[in-house]
Write a protein that binds this ligand. Sequence first.
Ligand code: NAI
Ligand code: MG
Length: 395
Amino acid sequence: MPRHTVVTMPGDGIGNQVLPEALRVLKAVGFDAEYIHADIGWECWRNEGNALPDHTIDLLAKHRLGLFGAITSKPNRAAQAELRPELQGKGLVYYSPIVTMRQKFNLDICMRPCIGFTGNPLNYIRKKTGGGFDEPQIDTTVFRQNTEGMYAGVEWTNPPENVRAALASHTRFKPFAKVPGPDLAVSVRIITRNAARRIVTAAFEYAKRRGFKGVTICEKPNVVRETSGMMEETAKEVAKNYPSIALWSTNIDAQLMWLNKNPEDYNVIVASNLFGDILSDAFAGLVGGLGFAASGNIGDEVAVFEPTHGSAPKYAELNPPIVNPIAMILSAAMMLDHIHEGQKADRIRKAIAAVIKEGNVRTYDMMRLSGGPKAIGQGAASTVQMTDAILEKLG
Ligand code: NAI
Ligand code: MG
């Protein structure tokens, strides 16, 4: 019997191209696992009216460990139009299967490392005042609260009467009181102290493990007083348990400005859902972008690892596939870290580092090509060739 069972959810588009590559790498490091395929994504929505089928939920509940590729999602009108005819007009509503999965299993810790590989031509560089450039080593991991905040999903266009009445009880609602219902959209930003404590604690634990000097809480408590206020207040409380690690506080807007000034100063950043999403994409851009951005969605029981990129439909039909498998492979390495197979994870990261440092094998994104069918002819490695190069370094 294999020691581990992993539920594999390639999903849509390029998810189907990159996930098998990660499995090749896991096999090469001797990861002893059985893989069980589970459906997720757009085809499930079209055929069943549910992008996250119950069967997939059951498998995740049972095996508790998942690898996920990417899904396609579309706005409401398109979602309705693409439903199988028998399912149309039945009041089915499209929900993002990833958001649903995160909420269902309380995968409330989202960890997004943005760590630069030496030799990556996409790495951030900075002009030196005396001329020339330097390339600081960026090693930032964003801890994003994954289930609440602006993505809690509590929102309305044309809010019901009782909601309007509740809003009207707030003095600040006055300027909006006369806006007609259909012209009024409201999204509720919900933060709970318990979830705030969990995400901040995860960030401090990581900083402790890695020996970092500080954790940065990135919010906007001077304006969004209640919710960002609770995040920051909780961070201060949690920080008391880690006397050797400093707590720094930045505002989301200023932080994005500083991103271009001194990104190497931030090793661990913690934020609520929307801000964390923005921050992690912004930092990922400094270390190569979507082809390098891995993530983990981690709960007490279930954990699912995925690249942060989507299904990139415009490249999904290309043969051979051209997208960069590294984000997916790094996500698989994070999965290994999570289940205490860190040595295997380190081997994978070292092999990737060696390929990048050598610079002979680069996917189209690493060459700043526009992608598309011509990329291979222009010297880009295919998805499979990139994985082959990584496998070769694994020996
Ligand atoms: P996307 O991430 O799929 O692609 C944006 C662009 O980034 C691509 O066109 C490509 O140029 C580049 N890119 C993405 N992954 C890459 C890789 N591995 N290697 C090299 N280049 C890569 O985002 P987009 O186009 O906004 O959305 C496409 C679909 O994916 C939509 O239906 C969207 O809703 C969905 N999506 C799903 C996500 C998920 O499954 N977690 C996350 C983001 C979007
Ligand atoms: Mg995002």
